[in-house]
Design a protein. Structure first.
Length: 350
């Protein structure tokens, strides 16, 4: 059986909506803990559990950790950035890290002529003129235009930027703790909230997984599965050393596609799926499987073909994210996902 995962969020917050998703074939759900914790998500988790009881299923409950991902700091309100607009990148050593890597702060009481994006000291120190910055999983792109007397950047690809969104300096690998303080707190609470699996982001070596596993075992979560997310070229390169420590490999095409020319992403997915098949390791494919359905009630031909071929390549699980967390048609998303998966299974059986 191929596992079918949705993602919890405002669009599917009601128990009746989640129940309908289960009845369409969903086998479990992911909760993104990049911006909140298990305690804060308590009502949403309760609705998930209530829906499962009503639907008569025993679902998987995955928590997606913060992990060693670099993020911007807090914002008072989302920034609406337009192409060619100038922004300023700054830091404040007295900032509140909010459990994230580094020190963050927003400017309070300052009327700036340009939008201001706060980053940690470690990110600030790395910035150089000409650096390309990808924000919010690559949805926005900036280019650093000057370092002195202030760090300024020009928007190359605009959009709406919220606080604590991901940040990547193209071509630079930055180090961050494997587990943030909030990750450790969520692992401590995981058993009480019925968590069955943890997803560790940006895995690049087996020792990272070993560290997470030790924390899980110390908090009564030794029974839970550990999913290793491959999100950069280093993870692809080190795949042989990562697989032994993972219960499931996650081909996370969002950040992985940000770390290489996009046309190279299909080959990376093929390589990872091939290694998993040879070593008998289950793998999950995620990111933009049904992205058009965030707004549309039906998918594109390319999307269903993508899902079909992922299953034929041996995927043990598929997952949607924004399609159910933020999209307008979460139930229909699961229906198309399940039916496409089943079509691939049937075709594979001949």
């Amino acid at each position: 059986m191929v596992e079918i995962f949705g993602t919890l969020g405002p669009a599917c917050a009601r128990a009746d909506v989640i129940e309908r998703m289960f009845l369409e074939g969903m086998t479990g759900m992911r909760l993104n803990l990049s911006h909140s914790g298990l305690r804060e998500s308590g009502p949403l988790i309760q609705n998930f559990q209530q829906a499962a009881r009503r639907a008569g299923v025993c679902p998987e409950f995955l928590i997606d950790m913060q992990g060693p991902e670099i993020r911007i700091g807090k914002l008072d309100a989302p920034l609406h950035l337009e192409a060619l607009q100038e922004v300023e990148i700054g830091r404040n050593p007295k900032g509140d890290s909010g459990g994230m890597e580094g020190n963050y702060e927003i400017r309070k009481g300052v009327q700036a002529q340009t939008p201001w994006i706060p980053v940690s000291d470690s990110v600030f120190a790395e910035l150089e003129t000409g650096d390309r910055l990808l924000l919010d999983d690559g949805k926005l792109e900036l280019v650093v235009t000057s370092i002195q007397p202030r760090v300024a950047a020009q928007v190359r690809r605009g959009g709406v930027l919220g606080g604590k969104k991901s940040l990547k300096i193209v071509g630079k690998q930055m180090q961050a703790p494997v587990l943030t303080p909030q990750d450790i707190e969520n692992i401590r609470l995981a058993k009480d909230y019925g968590v069955t699996a943890l997803m560790q982001p940006f895995v690049t070596d087996g020792e990272q997984l070993a560290q997470v596993r030790r924390e899980m075992e110390a908090n009564g979560m030794g029974h839970a599965r550990l999913f290793a997310k491959i999100e950069n070229r280093e993870g692809v390169k080190q795949i042989e050393g990562i697989l032994p420590g993972a219960d499931m490999l996650v081909i996370a095409r969002g950040d992985l596609g940000n770390d290489m020319p996009l046309w190279q992403l299909p080959a990376a997915q093929k390589k990872l799926s091939g290694v998993c098949r040879r070593q008998g390791k289950p793998f999950l494919v995620v990111t933009e499987l049904l992205a058009s359905m965030v707004h549309n009630p039906y998918p594109t031909r390319a999307e269903v073909s993508d899902i079909f071929h992922a299953v034929l390549d041996g995927a043990a699980a598929v997952m949607v994210t924004n399609e159910t967390a933020q999209g307008e048609h979460p139930v229909e998303v699961i229906r198309y996902l399940k039916k496409t998966v089943q079509s691939a299974i049937d075709w594979g059986r001949g």
